[in-house]
Design a protein around this ligand. Structure first.
Ligand code: ZN
Ligand code: ZN
Length: 362
């Protein structure tokens, strides 16, 4: 099977005719990691049509040489000089750069380095588009890493259920989930964990506070682990002590919407249809209470492509890993969100999330 660097080389060959670029320079931490599987805070990956170089400094060179396959590892004392030598060696005149998340200063520096070697920087979205396409379709190995990351998230949910009680704060619960994940081998949390309770639950991206959990509260926990450089993402809402009729009704409606979206998702289905399946059910009763999109891709970043979003005509394809996370948020009252992470397969979907979804009253 082709490595991600080989896939990029192929795409460069196709893109070269359109943009007439000789190669690509990948400098962002995330994309360097995606292509090499090697985490580092410094370095650059230079990819030509038929060869690739990973340049880094003395801190990483030895480990990079042992772990990176498919490209030559070069230890530099000056990136500028090493890059200039390689560009001259390959007679490169036009080099694609990432532009999506690059600081202006960094782009000026790189443009200057390329210019000093007689090459021109191409800063349009050509390279970003290629990388997004590649990253959107996960390999079986990548999906396995996400599965393992999600296992820690599922285990953390079972663990925390036994530790939620009136009198404890949102912040304590969030911290315990994080400790648990780290103890299970996670490299970290996938994002700042969200634990919101009672009226705070209507803030879908609320920050855990010193609010004390009370009887009758819904608690929404949006959590995820980072393992092997890959993220996981899951949300569950549970109740403490008792629920009102309205709470139960809203919970069941979110669950129904989430299940409708899961049923709709599959290869060839427009991403917007998955969103619509959940949104129509919620909006029929709670218009304006579900303003975010139904799902996002997950991988080496927590928010990737594609999006299960209103009107998105992009079709789901095997290898995509996407969340399905409708919610209802009632300001001043409470909120409910249920989020699973799925992989699109040749025949349908694989739900990577295994935590229960029926209403849990602790
Ligand atoms: Zn989430
Ligand atoms: Zn999410």
């Amino acid at each position: 099977m082709q490595t991600s660097i080989e896939k990029l080389m192929d795409r460069l060959s196709q893109a070269e005719s359109a943009v007439q670029a000789d190669g690509a320079l990948i400098t962002s931490d995330r994309n360097r990691f995606y292509f090499t599987g090697f985490p580092s805070s410094a370095g650059a990956l230079l990819v030509f049509r038929d060869t690739a170089y990973f340049m880094t400094d003395f801190r990483y060179a030895e480990a990079a040489g042992k772990s990176i396959q498919g490209c030559q590892v070069i230890c530099y004392s000056s990136l500028k000089e090493t890059l200039a030598q390689l560009l001259k060696k390959h007679g490169a005149k036009r080099i694609l750069l990432e532009s999506e998340k690059m600081y202006l200063q960094e782009s000026r520096t790189l443009t200057g380095i390329l210019a000093s070697a007689g090459a021109e920087a191409v800063l349009d979205d050509t390279l970003d588009t290629i990388i997004i396409d590649l990253r959107t379709i996960k390999t079986p190995e990548e999906i396995q890493k996400i599965r393992e990351s999600q296992k820690i998230t599922d285990d953390a949910f079972s663990y925390i259920l036994g530790r939620i009680a009136p009198g404890r704060t949102e912040r304590e619960i969030a911290l315990e989930i994080e400790f648990f994940m780290r103890r299970q081998g996670a490299e970290g949390v996938a994002f700042d964990l969200i634990v919101v309770s009672g009226a705070n639950g209507s803030m879908c991206h609320g920050v855990p506070s010193s609010k004390v959990i009370e009887k009758g509260d819904f608690i929404t926990m949006d959590t995820g682990a980072l393992l092997h450089g890959y993220h996981s993402d899951m949300t569950r809402t549970v109740a403490v002590g008792e629920v009102s009729e309205e709470q139960r009704h809203v919970y069941e409606l979110v669950l129904k919407a989430q299940e409708a979206a899961l049923k709709t998702a599959g290869p060839g289905v427009p991403c917007g249809d998955v969103d619509k399946a959940a949104r129509d059910l919620i909006e029929a009763e709670y218009k304006g209470a579900f303003e975010h999109s139904t799902g996002h891709g997950v991988g080496v970043e927590i928010h990737e492509w594609p999006r299960f979003q209103k009107g998105n005509i992009q079709k789901a394809e095997p290898g995509m890993v996407v969340t399905v996370e409708p919610g209802i948020y009632l300001p001043g009252k409470f909120g409910v969100r249920i989020e699973d992470m799925i992989a699109i397969t040749e025949s349908g979907i694989e739900n990577l999330t295994h935590s229960p979804k029926e209403l849990i009253i602790l």
